[in-house]
Design a protein around this ligand. Sequence first.
Ligand SMILES: [Zn+2]
Length: 380
Amino acid sequence: MKNFKEKFSSLKNVSIVKAISILILLIFIVLLVINQQNIQFYFNNFGQVFGSDLQVYFLDVGQASATFVVLPNDFSILIDTGTAESGEGLVRDLDFLLSKNNLNDIDMMILTHPDSDHTGGVVAVLEKFQVNSVLRPKVCVPEEENYFPYLVSNTYTYLKAIEAIYAEPNCQMNFVENQVFVESDKNFESQTTIEIFAAEKDNYGSDTNSFSPYISLSYAGKTFLFTGDAPQARETELMNRLANENRSLSVDFLQVAHHGSKYSTYPNFLAALSPKYAFISAGDKLHPSQNVLKRLEDALVKETYVTKSDGTIGVGVKGNGEFLICTKRGFVDVPLLVILLSLLIFVLMRFIYVSPSSQKFSAQKERKIAKEKLRGTKKA
Ligand SMILES: [Zn+2]
């Protein structure tokens, strides 16, 4: 039996091989161009998150925080905006996620506190999108008490953010207070409840992290808790408040506070919330803290996701309470796979197929062919 190479070499129609090679090369070039776009995001299983009623994305913005939420009634919320450096990537991701949901505007932008790793992307976001409202805490600092006790800015980043928000003609500025929003979904099968737990004190000294509100979001029996950079003092506040109100808060999806810093997410807080899955937005060597990862493990959290290693993480919840969590970890980048396969086939075809004109004259080969042909030929 002839081997594959011989079979291939004996292909009489040279043009077919050439045409296929060129076609593969063209596919390769087209996919290479397309792959530069967001298609990579679409081809992994994030596609299933887009189809979910409630969508929550812990966006990869490095050592910073930005979370994008699309409610079942298409109301969109951006919680924090990452750093100024990650602003361009954030805008690209938001543009993609909004278009996947056929949305144009961001309905609400929540700034948990003034730090630059949460408010750095505000200017970039406002430049690109219509943001209908902003919700932020009134941050009181004692040093400025005699003049204007609320923190206008202690950083250039926050000053720019505040200025940019006030410059928007159609963006309403609201301030954090204890409040509950209830939204019915399009099918009225289940309702979405957002509860904001504001910081209880007027001031926390210079610790602006403490002004981060806790935000719980519940839909179809599943509850998320967003925490900003809230430290231990605020964890105690929340637990005391729940105890005073004789209620509990059971959390399915916990955004771990302060990028997984060891000064938040204490065992008693975890015991009170009993979270099932944890999400950490972090990007440097110090975060998340090993202590916190251990605490989460001890609290029997099923899985902890970190943007540093998982990239952007998407959680989709359906109206019946089913959910899925998607990350870039372990996913197959389909266009890249097709590119590599196309390239491999292209190279193999060129390698295997040797065109007749490129064969060198060989006396031995000529003698062999003459012998073979003689056998099958009658004397003439
Ligand atoms: Zn932070």
